[in-house]
Design a binder for this molecule. Structure first.
Ligand SMILES: NC(=O)c1ccc[n+]([C@@H]2O[C@H](COP(=O)([O-])OP(=O)(O)OC[C@H]3O[C@@H](n4cnc5c(N)ncnc54)[C@H](OP(=O)(O)O)[C@@H]3O)[C@@H](O)[C@H]2O)c1
Length: 295
């Protein structure tokens, strides 16, 4: 069997919490799994479950047609993949890079792979380690469709849903950063809200069910705002941005009266005020997207 087509073996480079979860799911699916991590020791439990521990990254990638990479960022991935011995061993094989970083880093890595005869897919994992190997896991992929289909069976062994977003290699990372933007700004808002609530004598436990009520409003708003942004029409008939700005000012004042840093809310208020200043006060909040997109 050619080194690029054997689907029964897979290598995992990087054994942080996510790399270990990926390798564990692949073992559970009955694949021959070879693992390697920069710092030894993290492979022990996987070896007990049947994984082969390689002595070097080059030895690891030579063991399988497909190598899954999952390290902290692309600086780390480059440090592992671009060593001469690893690059040589990867020639004619496939790398699926599930490390998170920017779309440009994905494109750069794809260029490097093409220059060295390495078949390359990029990807992103959108759910926590506990979902890996379960139906809840969400994976995004980009790169050559044919290559994706060729390795689909191994990718499916990771569980969950897999979406191929297109041939443009940066696409998965583009979705990843935009989705993580939603996540981390929402988390900042929640952290701030908990601090304000606590200053007003409300415990986080008391507050949480009501915060979940706010979260439940968001899916319908995401749909509505998507239509507005794609069509370029931002009706604020039911909730004009002038009204939203007033609410934001209350939040800033209330939190600062408790000595709580309101910089996240101030940034949002500042954007909304700029939209009003540009004469769009009767539009809805999502007009802010247009403002941010101005060159
Ligand atoms: N954890 C999650 O819930 C989650 C969810 C979605 C996506 N992800 C993504 O998955 C990737 C891995 O995450 P993680 O949770 O496993 O933990 P992590 O802390 O992001 O990554 C740890 C891994 O990176 C390796 N590493 C760091 N610097 C290195 C270098 N210079 N050279 C070689 N290896 C290096 C570590 O090796 P050492 O052990 O030697 O330090 C370890 O294997 C990240 O891109 C993360 O954003 C994670």
């Amino acid at each position: 069997m050619s080194k690029s087509t054997d689907q029964s073996a897979v290598t995992v480079l990087g054994l942080g919490p996510m790399g270990r979860a990926l390798a564990g799911a692949l073992l559970d699916a009955g694949l021959r799994v070879t693992v390697w991590n920069r710092t030894p020791g993290k492979e022990r439990e996987l070896v007990d479950r049947g994984a082969v521990s390689a002595r070097s990254a080059a030895e690891a990638v030579a063991a399988s047609a497909l190598t899954v990479v999952c390290v902290v960022n692309y600086d780390a991935a480059d440090a592992v993949l671009r060593g001469e011995a690893v690059t040589d061993a990867l020639k004619g094989r496939t790398v699926v890079n599930l490390t998170a970083d920017t779309p440009d880093r994905a494109r750069d890595t794809a260029g490097w792979a093409a220059d060295h005869g390495i078949r390359y897919l990029d990807g992103a994992i959108m759910t926590p380690t506990t979902t890996i190997g379960t139906p809840e896991a969400v994976f995004l992929h980009s790169g050559p469709e044919e290559l994706y289909q060729e390795h689909r069976a191994v990718l499916d062994a990771l569980g969950g849903t897999h979406t191929h977003l297109g041939e443009e290699i940066g696409r998965a990372a583009s979705y990843d950063i935009a989705l993580l933007d939603v996540f981390w700004t929402a988390m900042s808002g929640y952290a701030h809200a908990l601090a304000v609530a606590r200053a007003e004598g409300i415990t986080a436990r008391e507050f949480a069910p009501f915060a979940q009520g706010i979260a439940a409003i968001l899916p319908a708003l995401f749909e509505e705002f998507a239509r507005d942004v794609d069509s370029g029409s931002f009706s604020g008939e039911l909730n004009p941005i002038t009204s939203a700005v007033s609410t934001m000012a209350h939040i800033v004042h209330a939190s600062e009266s408790h000595g709580i840093d309101a910089s996240v809310m101030r940034a949002t208020e500042g954007l909304a005020r700029r939209v009003v200043g540009l004469g769009h006060g009767t539009d809805g909040f999502i007009r802010v997207t247009e403002l941010l997109g101005r060159r």
